[in-house]
Design a protein around this ligand. Sequence first.
Ligand code: CU
Length: 636
Amino acid sequence: MSAHAHPLDPLSAPEVERAWQIVRAEKAPGPRVRAIFVMLHEPAKKVVLAHRQSDAVERAAFVVLIDSAARRTYEAVVSLTQGRVLSWEHIPGAQPAIVLDEFVEVEAAVRADPRWQEAMRKRGVTDLTLAMIDSWSAGNFGFPQDEGRRLVRALTWVRRHAQDNGYARPVANLLTVVDLNEMAVIAVEDAGVIPLPPEDANYSAEVAGVRTGLKPVEIHQPEGPSFELSGHELSWQRWRMRIGFTPREGLVIHTVSYEDQGRSRPVLYRASVADMVVPYGDPRPTYFHRNAFDVGEYGIGTLANSLQNGCDCLGEIRYLDAVVNDGQGRAVTLANAICLHEEDVGILWKHVDWRLGTTEVRRSRRLVVSSISTVGNYEYGFYWYFYQDGAIQLEVKMTGVISNGAERPGVKPRWGELVAPGVYGPIHQHFFNARLDMMVDGLENSVYEVDTVADPPGPDNPHQNAFHTEATLLASETRAQRMIDPLAGRFWKIVNPSARNRLGEPVAYKLMPGENVRPFAGPQAAVTKRAAFMTRHLWVTRFDPRERYAAGEYPNQHPGGAGLPAYVQDDAPLENTDLVVWYTFGAHHVVRPEDWPVMPVTTIGFMLKPAGFFDRNPGLDVPRPMRHGECCAPGD
Ligand SMILES: [Cu+2]
């Protein structure tokens, strides 16, 4: 037993390394082994929910590794408390996520390959140090030569000069296929020279210039932030939660509850972005394979940034470090990877009673828990917001450099847009899936789909103005595969049938979709089979601790069918049970010249709002705003 504070604390750096040492000592997996993920093996819900502060905590790690020589993937559960491997399993055919070490080694292998060097010379590139090679996950297109291999399809860019944007000049028609187990180039596919774009694409202030006229904005919180952080437990304005982090998912929000009149009321057991995929719409040789699963194929947590105060977050900031692993099983501490801060977001509510001459207004403050990951060319920011009216929001911010290609002068591409002379941005989509293990006033919940419907004309509707909502129970996993319908005002309500509000209605939170889109890849496309989660905006499953990821445990090179489609095979009943809501939200990216050379942030997300969870507006008691050290008086 260790003296650890809480069963959901992410693994510490010594725990990561100890887990790896235990696996190596006990299983001797050979010299060419790579650690893929070393993360907390989360204890069972009942253990977590029954945990008291004085309880000793069993610590365990979940380890994924690959023996490159034997081409075998293993999973281990390692007890850190007992110092031994609890389970050890070979996962036949699985290609685990690609780790950073492999990216580095791929780049070196490609550079050293004479076929690739020849392809560069054909394109007039003499200084090969200006070239940059990014590994792209290989996908699974049923090519017989891919069978059984651990592959990436690497793309090349060439900077115009040493300080240039690495993605300034894409090399079109050149794909380098690398076997990661052999760390050898197995094919250089050159479909013909397209000239490199003529311009550089720098975005530094030194090159772009600096506008004038901005006066300073400073956020002062002289008494510090209003939240309290104790280890990984965070409390703020009646909210209480635990902040987790895994190398695969990045931010994880655990055990979210709201204190309501002295009662701690749970809302969520666990929330994370459980996978994502970026399908591209161009069928040509160096584009068709682009559909990165950035969570499951790369591990978005391992790619998290160290954040800087005043730059990434503004104000009175507290940070948490994140601990991930490298390919050798060493702990890597990403300092300041998780930013915690408060933001003023305008007014929370207001009313002017002009007869009485009184005004009551409250300002809205939100708690922000965020992290940003750099995945090759793109940046993804994950922002969880908690509001004083009981609302929760996830906002994903997308920025960085678009994935691109080169086009011959004068060609207007069908499957995308030109963003600069010779530089092309293919049309694509970013689908995220948030796994929301709901716990609305308890584990037993049901989900309803709520549409608004116009009443038919008739004696009950003589003025034909009538409309009402209709709620349909999503009674089983087959029936709980739904699409958005903004024209019906559709939302989904997560209800606790055995907890009632003062009006006698079951308490609920509703999931409110934001902007969303459908996938455009065809139903038989490889990416559609492999990322079947994107074909439905809403999925609900009965809780099963083994059902963790929307595209399954091993999406890399997987032929498809894993994850949600497999989880719902048994069509489990969903009424009044421990369930998980999986929400897919897609950002549709028709690339613009303004997205070049680095794209302004675009956002996508959704909200969870109380819907009869509280008896009234829970933000009534937010204090009046302060102005020059005094309250805004109602008569002002
Ligand atoms: Cu995009």
